[in-house]
Write a protein that binds this ligand. Structure first.
Ligand code: PML
Length: 247
């Protein structure tokens, strides 16, 4: 019989504010221990936690390698933003003014002064926001590493963080699903490394992408209109496991 895989997704909040979120894809033998691990994961107090467990209808597709990781450090934030805008213009023809204005929006609370839960979807040729009307933001789900602990150890040894572990898997799934390019800024006030990612660019870590202490952030996915439906379907429904980080 084909091995069964489960998706486990945990979210925790305090007084309605998101505290922690994590997801895993595991075979049946790892189900119980992973549920417990995710339950224990939030390091801060929470008053509401959900753990969703779903049997996957199809076994996950396995990708050999993640996007290639590169890191850049800048002396100030405007230079980092110029670099992102330049890369996206040169490699993807995305107007640099759209990019800068989108980054500024993310950093000033795009959702009536708050962060958007999920990503903003933007048409790269027109700069138009094309999120389906019913959605507050698009979430990428159903992705993980085949051997998460091994990859985690490897990344930590090389000076990357647990956030890189999750974000690299997510960005790799996005590109796999047809996202042309992504910009990510963490909403954690203490985490000032962000990234820009695409098939051409790889996973490009950018430091500093925002001021320390800022609670703002979010994700922008550039998706061509003709690929929109197929890409969103893949982001939500296609389970993907990644074997090795390309570092
Ligand atoms: C990195 O250090 O590789 C960038 C990670 C961005 C994480 C975004 C988040 O977790 O909020």
């Amino acid at each position: 019989m084909e091995e069964r895989f489960y998706s486990i997704r945990m979210r925790a909040s305090l007084e309605g504010k998101h505290i922690s979120g994590q997801e895993r894809i595991v075979p049946y033998q790892k189900l119980e221990e992973t549920i417990l691990e995710l339950h224990r994961r939030p390091s801060e107090d929470w008053d509401f936690q959900t753990i969703k467990v779903e049997l996957l209808k199809e076994p996950p597709q396995v990708l050999e390698k993640s996007l290639k990781v590169k890191s850049y450090k800048f002396s100030c934030i405007p230079l980092a933003h110029n670099f992102i805008a330049g890369l996206l213009e040169e490699e993807h023809g995305i107007n640099r003014h759209f990019v800068k204005s989108l980054i500024s929006k993310l950093l000033s609370g795009i959702n009536n002064g708050w962060n958007l839960p999920g990503a903003l979807i933007v048409e790269p040729t027109t700069g138009e926001v094309v999120n389906p009307k019913s959605s507050k933001g698009i979430r990428t789900i159903l992705f993980d590493w085949v051997e998460r602990e091994k990859v985690k150890k490897l990344l930590l040894e090389k000076g990357y963080t647990v956030r890189t572990l999750d974000a690299l898997a997510l960005a790799t799934k996005n590109v796999f699903c047809g996202v042309e390019a992504e910009i990510c800024i963490s909403d954690d006030p203490n985490y000032t490394t962000g990234y820009v990612a695409s098939a051409k660019l790889g996973y490009v870590r950018i430091f500093p992408i925002k001021e320390k202490g800022s609670p703002f952030g979010g994700r922008i996915y550039f998706v061509r209109r003709e690929n929109l439906e197929k890409t969103l379907e893949c982001l939500r429904k296609k389970p993907l496991l990644i074997k090795e980080p390309d570092i």
